[in-house]
Structures are given as C-alpha cells and as structure tokens.
Write a protein that binds this ligand. Sequence first.
Ligand code: ATP
Length: 461
Amino acid sequence: TPVAMDTIVALAKRRGFVFQGSEIYGGLANTWDYGPLGVELRRNIKNAWWHFFVQLRRDIVGLDGSILLHPRAWEASGHVDEFNDPLVDCRNCQTRYRADNLIEERLGRNVDGATIEEMTRVIKESNLACPVCGQRDWTEVRQFNLMFRTFLGPVEASGTQAFLRPETAQAIFLDYRNVLQSSRVKIPFGIAQIGKAFRNEITPGNFIFRLLEFEQMEIEYFIRPEGWEPVFEEWLDAMQAFFRFIGLGEARLRQREHGPDELSHYSKRTVDFEYEFPFGWKELCGLAYRTDFDLRRHQEYSGVDLTYFDQATGERFLPHVVEPTMGVERLMLALMVDAYHEEDAVDVAGKPYRRVVLRFHPRMAPYKAAVLPLMKKPELVAKANEVWDLLRPEFPTDYDETQSIGRRYRRQDEIGTPFCVTIDYDTLEDDSVTIRDRDSMEQVRVPIAELVPTLRERLER
Ligand code: ATP
C-alpha cells in the first residue's frame, strides 16, 4: 500500500521540499512553494527530461515561448469555447463542485461526453445529497472556462483581454514556422518546451497534484498526415523508457486509453499514464494524437500558410502531431511517493528505530552526497570543509555538523541523499573517509584522492 498523503506532506514541509504558499499570511489555498530540496528535485526532473528527449535525440529541438499569446490564438486553439469544466453549486452551503466528478464519485456513473443539461437532470433525478451539508438543493450545471484572464494595458475596461496559457503547446504551433525557417529540421521532428501553465481549476487539491499554477514539459512531434499509429506506439515506449530513466517504478504505473466521449476537442487518440497515488490511480501524464487540428486552425485564423514542403517528395501538406505531455509537479509527487520507504533499523549506537528513507534514483536525488564531520571539533570541521569544497563543484553536496552522527544519517536518509561521507579522527592520519550507502547502509573506507571518482562511479551504477 502506498504511503499516506499526510506523511508525504509532512516530510515535504519538514525537510524543505514543499511549503504552503504565502504561509505567513495564512496561506493562499492551492499554491505551493518549492524549498531548497524541492527546487533541486524539480530541476533534476526537468534536466532529465531535456537530456532524454532533446539532447540525446537527433530529431527534437527546444523552444521557450511566452506565457501570454495573442488572444486570437486561444480562439483558434478552441480553448475559448471548449476548455470548460461543468460546475455545480450547492445552494444551501455554497460548496462548488465539478459536476462530472460529483456524479462519478457519488453515483458511480460515468458522464463523459454528457451535456450540462443531462448532468443537471442526473443530479436532480437521483436526488443527490451534497457531501458537505446533506441538502439536495442544486443550481443548474453550467460551463466554466478554466483559463485565467488578465488585461493588457492600463485600464481594465479598455485594455485587451488576454489569457495566461493553460498549456504550453500553443506557443509551439505559433513558432513552428520560425523553427522550420531557422533550423534544419525535417519531418518527422519535434519541438520541446518546458514552462508554466495556469488553470483556474474548480476543485484543486491533493497537495501538488491539481494546481492553479504548474509546469508542463511538452513535445509536439510533427509527422506526415498518414501513418500516425506506429509513431504513437513509439512514443508510448519512449515515455515508458523515460520513467525508467528517472527511476519511477513500473508497479504503480499503468496506461489508460481514453474512450471516444472522453477525448479532448483536438484529439483522435489519447492514452494517459496513470500512477497509483495515495488517493488512487490518477493521471500522471499523457500522449495525444492531435491530428493537424492546431496548425489547421492557426492557419485559418492567422491567414498565414503553415504547410510544410517535403523536399524529398515534392509534396506540400499540413503536418499532423503526436504530443507527449508531462506535468513536473505530478512527476515530483509520484517520485516522492515511489521513493518513500519505512523500515526497522538499528542506529550507530545499537538502538532500534524506524528508518524513513527516500530511495530516489541518484539522478533525481536533490543532494548526491553529504559531508559529515563525526564531531563538531575544529580539526574535523576544517577537514570536512576541505572535502566539501572538493565535492561541491562535482555534484550538489550537503554539509551538516549539528547533532549526533546518527541523527544526521537519518536526516540524509529522509531527503534521499545516496551517500554520506564521514570525516573522523583517522581521516586526519590517513586522509581517508567513510562512505555510507543510503540503501544498504554499508560503509566503506576510501582515500580522499579517490573520493570523486568513487562517488561518480557509484552514482552511475
Ligand atoms: P486532468 O484530467 O487531471 O485534469 P488533463 O487531462 O486536463 O488532466 P492535460 O490537459 O492532458 O491534463 O495536461 C497535461 C499534463 O499537465 C497532465 O498530464 C498533468 O501532468 C499536468 N496537469 C494538467 N493539469 C494540471 C493541474 N491542474 N495541476 C498540475 N498538473 C496538471
């Protein structure tokens, strides 16, 4: 069974992964800040993604588009009309629900593809009680657009309405022509982008699972109009390979095909990768075949020719796209849940205790090593600082000289540091240190001169 959510939230706060946003003002609901360890974990996720999908591949290039796009772009993309969730309020206690979720969770009925009138009828006819107050007085179900609105220009009324992007993908379509003209890419090729996206979710929650502000890692992979099926399969495999690359266990991962009623307005086929979170199997990320929907619409709305000329065949066509999309925060949460282990152990003084350890893949661990002087004595501290100076340019390295060595090991276990490097009195004599392995808790003695290559070799094992 997965770890309880409260345990993860408490550890995340205690150790500096995730803090409540605006906490000193009483918090702003559903906003979170990433502390010293959280920011490293996020960077590791994004760097691994970029390394795996951009640097290692021949056919993908990067982009960093802006968050604000021309308002027409969101009309063309269909988001102004289609990017809605059905909303319903309890008239008695004013609690607001996503109607489809409410019906699914309370009545066990799937209403994907149902109209708002149908959902209103289902709620009325089943005499559904409000989960909060128990009353049965509901508003009509209505559509609620998830895009955050803002204004360009000084006065709200006269300024132009603009949207914070609800997905990063659209900037890729807007810049597709610039990329074609400025680089040597040839179909099939992809454009990759990492960046913030914003959604005014009706029911955010489950810690960092459903946020108002989050970060996406998306690729639009441009292909010929025919023969998308094998490309789709290749991308399913590539995504699976990426999970292995970052050490996300397969036991809590599964694929789920979207039903015809459930597909987004732009998609012909979508497969979600679901992860077994403490609150159940939920979407981690997805793969969608968006056809030529986006390019076709942008071509129509902008009046700019977005066709691709194939030199080899002399054909001109609008490319289709396959889109793998991942959320940084959902991956972060899955990695923390996956890494979390508790076990009975015995400390350095021979006392049994409950050991909490985050078994991150070394690639994901915020710190790769921690330098610990056995005691806070000037000679040991001075030597430990020398070793810390030696390691910092090589890998993110922590240093800790407070409390007993046992407690410091526990702290490093809890933040998932693969190796502790301990400096003791023998070090002053023989210039060797002890390396303690997070997972096996085995200790080996290594000369300081060999410390960097030894750690490097073990981290890459
Ligand atoms: P859901 O069904 O959970 O609302 P979605 O199908 O709307 O998600 P997509 O539009 O496919 O999500 O977005 C792509 C990815 O972006 C998701 O797989 C997820 O990793 C991430 N994501 C989407 N919405 C949020 C959110 N509100 N908070 C955090 N991550 C999100």
